[in-house]
Design a protein around this ligand. Structure first.
Ligand SMILES: [Zn+2]
Ligand SMILES: [Zn+2]
Ligand SMILES: [Zn+2]
Ligand SMILES: [Zn+2]
Length: 479
């Protein structure tokens, strides 16, 4: 209750509720909703491809995996300068390094003190939050205004948070920390409000806290998506949005089946998703959980939104116990193959197992079934690592088709997959200029809407498109 009151006060002080959203490029307002806390609403019609708002992080860190390759200030992928003192953080330029020094100074001293131990990503991010607070105390209202859900966390989770808080205290010292109970609250807030920072290809490279973007609620059928330009987050409309419609992004992978999404959303964000996709499932078959009928000669399909039970074929109705057992067996066999491929350390063996899994799944499942998407992603990575371009091109194409069956037309994942498919086409069908021009032009159109023309990946794709057009032109002239 106290938390709720202080949140309300902090919000009023920040003039958020009922007011134009900070950093918004259009008429957007924060509103209290009856079921989902605060949300952001459009107060004008907005078309797909519109930049809704931009926000710089309150604090960000590059994750452990990308710490040596990405700039700790601007997230650029060519970090050539290493902090010579702590040797942990890297920067793209001395300008970035100098700019970051105001915050990294305290951090650097702590990292050196605890070396060779390295604090993991989440701990570094929380330490950063506290250093920003120490340097700009008034700014911390924005963090205090975030939902904490402190009463919703399990006892085990709160114990983990207490251990993390103790670790942070040993790293940064008493004077930079909050009192113990406030530290737990901060960890609760971080856990349900932090946002992954990704590059143009949607690979996660870090984590940050963006107080305004945290107000955007979730939908499994979102009308907006966050795209990063370096460390700067942009919320973009990926559908046409009507006046007074709520603006929603997805907090998780929406290729997952309904029951997986709902479980994760409940466990991490404490709500039951009531988005159109979650409510509609019992009327329309969901490709994510659709299987082919195992009865010989039957062309029917079976949608199993929650589990492999009570399987009913769209053509011949309820499956006999024998057929149901056969379906379960085959699906389990395919799942075991996937696990074996994912855990195999030898890439050639992993690849052959992954391909065997795909062959089995393609007989059993809808091409946009979640399990098949997961296998295709694994197999595509393995094919790329083995430089088997032709097969990679085909799998990338299949993935693109599956995404188009599941996601909104302008979802960023579709644009990224379309661009990747073009690049693979260039490697294995480099002479087919008509094909290349068609593929790159499709990718550019998609990227312009989902990513915007300022995003590095869009710029790269536009350049590739121009080159394609020039090549086609010279072929027409001289060919
Ligand atoms: Zn930089
Ligand atoms: Zn350092
Ligand atoms: Zn949903
Ligand atoms: Zn059937």
């Amino acid at each position: 209750m106290d938390t709720a009151i202080s949140t309300q006060q902090a919000l009023r002080e920040q003039h958020l509720v009922g007011k134009q959203v900070k950093g918004a490029k259009h008429l957007l307002e924060v509103e209290e909703t009856s079921e989902r806390g605060r949300g952001i609403f459009a107060r004008e019609n907005l078309s797909a491809g519109t930049t809704l708002l931009e926000e710089r992080a309150y604090a960000t860190v590059v994750d452990d995996k990308h710490l040596q390759s990405h700039c700790s200030l601007c997230f650029s992928p060519n970090a050539r300068f290493r902090c010579s003192k702590c040797t942990l953080l890297h920067y793209c330029s001395q300008t970035c390094q100098r700019k970051d020094w105001t915050l990294h100074r305290s951090e650097c001293a702590c990292f050196r003190r605890i070396a060779p131990r390295r604090p993991p990503t989440a701990i570094r991010a929380l330490c950063r939050l506290l250093w920003v607070r120490q340097k700009y105390p008034n700014s911390f209202d924005a963090i205090n205004a975030l939902q904490s859900h402190s009463l919703d966390y399990s006892k085990e989770k709160l114990e983990t948070f207490a251990q993390m808080a103790a670790l942070i205290r040993t790293i940064i010292g008493e004077e930079s920390c909050l009192p113990p109970s406030e530290m737990i609250d901060l960890l609760c807030r971080f856990s349900c409000n932090s946002i992954s920072v990704s590059d143009g290809e949607l690979v996660n490279i870090g984590v940050g806290v963006f107080p305004v973007l945290s107000l955007v609620n979730h939908s499994c059928s979102p009308n907006a998506a966050i795209i990063f330009n370096g460390e700067r987050a942009t919320l973009r409309a990926i559908k046409n949005i009507q006046v007074d419609e709520e603006i929603c992004q997805s907090y998780m992978e929406i290729a997952e089946p309904r029951y997986v999404r709902r479980k994760e959303l409940k466990e991490t964000y404490f709500f039951d998703c009531r988005c159109p996709l979650c409510l509609r499932y019992d009327q329309t078959a969901d490709p994510r959980t659709t299987y082919n009928c195992v009865s010989s000669g039957c062309a029917g399909f079976i949608d199993l939104p929650d589990q492999l039970e009570n399987a009913t074929c769209s053509v011949h109705g309820r499956l006999s116990a024998d057929l149901e057992a056969k379906l379960t067996d085959e699906v389990t066999k395919a799942f075991r193959l996937y696990r074996k491929a994912a855990e195999e350390s030898d890439p050639d063996r992993a690849l052959s197992t992954g391909l065997a899994c795909l062959r089995l799944q393609s007989k059993l499942m809808h091409p946009a079934n979640s399990e098949m998407i997961r296998t295709r992603r694994l197999v595509l990575d393995l094919l790329l690592s083995r430089q088997r371009w032709e097969e990679a091109y085909k799998v990338s194409h299949d993935l693109l088709d599956a995404y188009q069956a599941l996601y909104e037309q302008h979802h960023p994942s579709i644009s990224v997959q379309a661009y990747m498919t073009y690049k693979l086409a260039e490697w294995c069908h480099g002479d087919d200029i008509q094909l290349l021009c068609a593929k790159i032009s499709e990718a550019v159109q998609l990227l312009l809407v989902s990513h915007g023309d300022g995003q590095a990946l869009t710029k790269e794709a536009k350049q590739a498109s121009e080159n394609c057009i020039i090549r086609r032109g010279s072929l027409n002239t001289f060919g």
